[in-house]
Every structure is written in C-alpha cells, then in structure tokens.
Design a protein around this ligand. Structure first.
Ligand SMILES: C[S@@+](CC[C@H](N)C(=O)[O-])C[C@H]1O[C@@H](n2cnc3c(N)ncnc32)[C@H](O)[C@@H]1O
Length: 238
C-alpha cells in the first residue's frame, strides 16, 4: 500500500515512538475513509508518543489534542516542537479516557489508534464518556487491534507464544465490536472494516528495537497474523 503521509516520517522516528503496529499507517488508512477538513479540532485519544497526532497536525492541517494516560506530555511536546509544530497545532496532555477534561460538543472528531480496546470494552464507555464531547454530525474513527474470529475458548498456540489469555481478552472480532458499539444511542455506525494495512503495520512493529516489540515477535513468527486483525470503526454522532 502507499502511505504518502506516513512516509514523511523517518523510519528511525517511527521505530523510536511506535507503541504497537505502525500507528502512522493505521492512521493514514483510517483518515482515507473520513471527511475531516483542515482546521477541524480532533481528539487523538490514547495518542501514545504522539506519532499520529503529529501526522494529523502536520500532514492534514488538523488542530489536535493529543491525550494519553501513560505517556509524558512534556516529552510529546518536545517531539512536536522538533517537527516544527506549535502549541496552536497540537496540544499534548495527560488524561484518562474515562475522565476527559473537555466541554461537551468541543471536538469536530475523535481518532483513536490501537487504544480503544483498553477502555472501550465497557459498552457504556462510549455514551457516558466520549460521545458527548463530539459535536453533532462529528465523526469518531477507531483502529482497534482485534481478532479475525473470537477464539477465546480455544486459543491457538501461536497467540499464546507471546500473550496470556488475560491479555488476549482485550482482542475481539468485528461482530463483538459491532454489538458493543450498537448499545449506545445517538450514534450511527457508518462503516466497519478489517484494515488492509494490518500485516505491514505488524511487520514494521516487530522490527522496532524495544522490549514490547521483541516480546510480540514470537507470536508473529509462529503465525499469529492469521488470527489477528485490526478493526476499523467509523461512527457519526447524530
Ligand atoms: C498500545 S498504546 C498505543 C499508543 C499510540 N496510539 C500508538 O499507536 O503508538 C495504547 C495507549 O493507550 C493509552 N491508554 C490506555 N488506557 C488509557 C486510558 N484510560 N486513558 C487514556 N489513554 C489510555 C496508553 O497510555 C497507551 O499510550
């Protein structure tokens, strides 16, 4: 696949700041399915080390709030400044997705890459904590690491080569996510699909030089990608 926006970032930066399957490619594929004009105010929820926030601000002209629980917002700000981005273009903050400090209707859109499965498995999460922050007509776009088919009752050995059953409980198939999201009122599921870039995003990730990527290598090399998928979700607030 071609990734003209993701490719503006060096391999070194991508490898240093990724926290899972190449977030730049996941983000670019997701944005290709959305309507988000330059100047839109976007929440990058679970932004990690800021790669996708930087892509959206620099390559799409979006105003991005980069909200994350584990990452250091000061480190992210230095990263953004190093790319020539200012605090008018991207705002780094530490925030818990279940207690977001924003006014109702503040955002034109939400993007969440490789993060929604940490807090969104509770079907009440969307309606209680996230949807009210988005304007009516605004879009929510998620790239969620998942399974081709839920297999929690009989987990294949290749998945267990890197992950415990407890960790795999965070992964579900498209049907499971559709049921989860359908329970919220006031939102339309515009589209859901299995992301085309999943395999190459994983290939980029296991080349990264950190202990988490190294830990995931055994499963991928044993054939885990035959069972894993990335579930893309496009929602619109009514
Ligand atoms: C696998 S990392 C992905 C980070 C980044 N989007 C990327 O793709 O590189 C998952 C992220 O979810 C964030 N996260 C988990 N639980 C969260 C919560 N309750 N509120 C906000 N962020 C959360 C973590 O801080 C972490 O950065």
């Amino acid at each position: 696949m071609d990734f003209p926006k993701a490719d503006t970032f060096s391999q070194a930066i991508m490898r240093e700041r990724s926290m899972g399957p190449n977030p730049l490619k996941l983000c670019e594929e997701l944005l290709g399915h959305a309507e988000m004009p330059a100047g839109s105010v976007v929440l990058d929820l679970g932004s990690g080390a800021g790669l996708t926030s930087a892509l959206m601000a620099r390559e799409c002209g979006l105003i991005v709030y980069a909200a994350d629980l584990w990452s250091d917002p000061s480190d992210n700000m230095r990263f953004f400044e190093g790319l020539g981005l200012t605090n008018r273009q991207v705002v780094p903050l530490k925030a818990d997705a279940t207690a977001l400090p924003f006014a109702y209707g503040f955002f034109d859109a939400v993007v969440s890459i490789d993060s929604y499965n940490y807090f969104g498995r509770d079907p009440e999460y969307l309606g209680e904590h996230l949807l009210p922050l988005v304007k009516r007509g605004g879009e929510l776009l998620f790239a969620i690491p998942g399974m081709v088919r839920d297999c929690h009752d009989d987990l294949p050995a290749c998945l267990l080569a890197s992950w415990t059953p407890g960790q795999l409980d965070y992964m579900h198939d498209m049907g499971w996510w559709r049921t989860n999201l359908s329970q919220t009122e006031g939102v339309e599921i515009v589209d859901m699909w299995e992301m085309a870039c999943t395999r190459e995003a994983w290939a980029d990730w296991i080349e990264c030089d950190n202990e988490y990527a190294a830990g995931d290598r055994a499963a991928v090399e044993a054939g885990a990608l035959d069972h894993l998928s990335t579930i893309a979700v496009r929602l619109r607030r009514r």
